[in-house]
Design a protein around this ligand. Structure first.
Ligand SMILES: Nc1ncnc2c1ncn2[C@@H]1O[C@H](COP(=O)(O)OP(=O)(O)OP(=O)(O)O)[C@@H](O)[C@H]1O
Length: 504
């Protein structure tokens, strides 16, 4: 028997008062595709940090191929064991693919011991390396010009070139469309056949079933289950994650029966002839009080561009937007906010949060004017508001004063949503709001969007996730900048997916 690619046992890690890992274990066999799942804050990322040598555990033992893990701080040695392809790409955007591949390794390619970089040789080596792992990318291209998919392949090739035979994939499909996911999985299976092992972290349980042979579940910092994926009912997997038994998927987020409630009344949010050159063709939208409208579409279909135009992030080339009859200045985020549009961005890292600030401060960033007289902010009021949001959205935190940087990814996303809700928006626009959020929280967040609409506001969800779209009363499907289909409630997954792929 060959030794496990990685074996960890008794791993404990504390951050101040938070016990992030409590004596957990994990074994990934050589050439295995192993999923690690759990709710937001369960400890997955912390374990990855321990396995990749970024965090020193307080207790526990890690071995790679039966040998003890390298000494803490010996980065070069860790790189030969394991690599993590993060959601946020680690490649340097302004460098070429070749430079990124050999970052900090230039001396390998120089003729005189490391002082002169031989660019041509570097590019040739890069081309060979990419070809070896079947990655079709031009080594001379700038990293920033690559697609998400290409960047991930470059990172995987880089990791393998260090000798690592274990790769951690942290939500690798988050920004890929269906075809991209298929290509990624196909490559991963090929690499697996060559003996490369994968630790796959995802909140998309279907992907776990599609790709992995074994799954490990952590809950509240503890190991609760390791089992073969085949034959494990999805309900049991979710039960292990949540610690609850019984049916999931019920509750506020579920689709309403057809005709249960037809929103009536004057539209809250309206667009007339709204268009963005190169983004989307003219659209007339009318979202009524109580209505959740879905804008479905694959990457670059125009649905995200429209969502961003609604919130002022993009300046439309034609048309108007009104909220309760008030015209919104095109391309102005402050004016959209003032008009009553609440915005939940797709990418919390770029647009969402001030990481060094507390949960309370982040949750109230847009309502500072309501927290005290004359522009002052009263800490007690800020904390009260934050506490309400922490309870309502089930944010896992040690308290309102905890810096957001210490929250797990999914819990950070909840803070972003709290902030959008803080102003009691007339119209809420959420772009892929549940990316990185666990199954249970997903339901809660979508329930919150539903509740905002039920309170008399309008809501728009921009997404390609069927779970997000199921909450909607009406869904418009985009393809190449055009609306190609409209669905009331009662659509089937197959119909909507076909529409998003341009098949009508
Ligand atoms: N640097 C840190 N400082 C303080 N607390 C932290 C830090 N990193 C993680 N934690 C805490 O440790 C716990 C586990 O977090 P971790 O990021 O490992 O969860 P996760 O399972 O990866 O969640 P998600 O699915 O949301 O990414 C959380 O309660 C989190 O708030």
């Amino acid at each position: 028997m060959t030794a496990a690619a990685v074996h960890a046992e008794g791993v404990t890690k504390r951050f101040g008062p938070t016990l992030a890992l409590d004596g957990v274990r994990l074994t990934v066999e050589a050439g295995e595709s192993h999923a690690l799942v759990g709710r937001n804050g369960a400890g997955k990322s912390t374990l990855v940090s321990v396995l990749t040598g970024l965090h020193r555990p307080d207790a526990g033992r890690v071995t790679f191929n039966g040998e003890p893990a390298p000494a803490f701080g010996d980065t070069a040695a860790w790189q030969t064991k394991i690599a993590c392809v993060y959601q946020k790409s680690m490649v340097v955007p302004d460098l070429t693919v070749a430079e990124n591949l050999f970052l900090n390794r230039y001396s390998l390619n120089s003729s005189d011991g490391g002082r002169v970089i031989r660019w041509r040789a570097l590019r040739t080596r890069a081309r060979e390396l990419l070809a070896e792992y079947g990655v079709e990318v031009d080594p001379a291209a700038r990293a920033k010009d690559l697609s998400v998919e290409q960047r991930q392949f470059v990172e995987i090739a880089r990791a393998l070139s260090f000798g690592a035979r274990l790769i951690v994939l942290d939500e690798p499909t988050a920004q890929l469309d269906a075809a991209g996911i298929d290509r990624l999985f196909a490559r991963l299976r090929e690499l697996q056949a060559q003996g490369v092992a994968f630790l796959f972290i995802s909140h998309h349980l279907q992907e776990v079933y599609d790709l992995c042979s074994t799954v490990t579940v952590y809950r509240d910092a503890r190991h609760v289950l390791t089992a073969p994926v085949a034959g494990l009912p999805k309900g049991d997997l979710v039960a292990a994650m949540t610690g609850e038994t019984g049916e999931t998927g019920s509750g506020a987020a579920r689709r309403r029966p057809p005709g249960a409630l037809t929103p009536t009344g004057e539209p809250v949010l309206r667009t007339e002839g709204l268009a963005l050159h190169g983004g989307f063709a003219p659209v007339d939208l009318a979202v009524r009080p109580g209505e959740v409208l879905g804008l479905a579409g694959a990457t670059a279909s125009g649905n995200t561009a429209l969502g961003e135009a609604l919130v002022g992030l993009r300046k439309p080339t034609a048309g108007t937007i009104t909220v309760r009859g008030r015209t919104v200045r095109p391309g102005s985020v402050p004016d959209a906010l003032a008009a009553g549009i609440g915005y939940v961005p797709e990418d919390r890292h770029r647009q969402g949060l001030v990481l060094g600030r507390s949960v309370a401060e982040n949750a109230t960033l847009t309502v500072a004017d309501q927290l005290g007289p004359w522009g002052t902010v009263l800490p007690s009021r800020t904390r009260r508001f934050a506490n309400r949001m922490i309870a309502a959205l089930d944010i896992k935190t040690s308290g309102p004063d905890q810096p957001v940087s210490g929250l797990s990814g999914g819990n950070q996303q909840k803070v972003v949503i709290a902030r959008a809700l803080a102003r009691d928006p007339s119209a809420l626009v959420a772009i892929r709001p549940t990316a990185g959020v666990d199954v249970k929280s997903k339901e809660a967040l979508l329930g919150v969007v539903r509740a905002v609409a039920d309170g008399g506001s309008a809501a728009v969800i921009v997404s390609d996730e069927l779970d997000d779209l199921r909450v909607c009363d009406r869904v418009l499907a985009f393809f190449h900048g055009q609306i190609i289909a409209e669905f009331g409630s009662g659509w089937t997954d197959r119909e909507l997916v076909a529409a998003m792929e341009g098949l009508t």
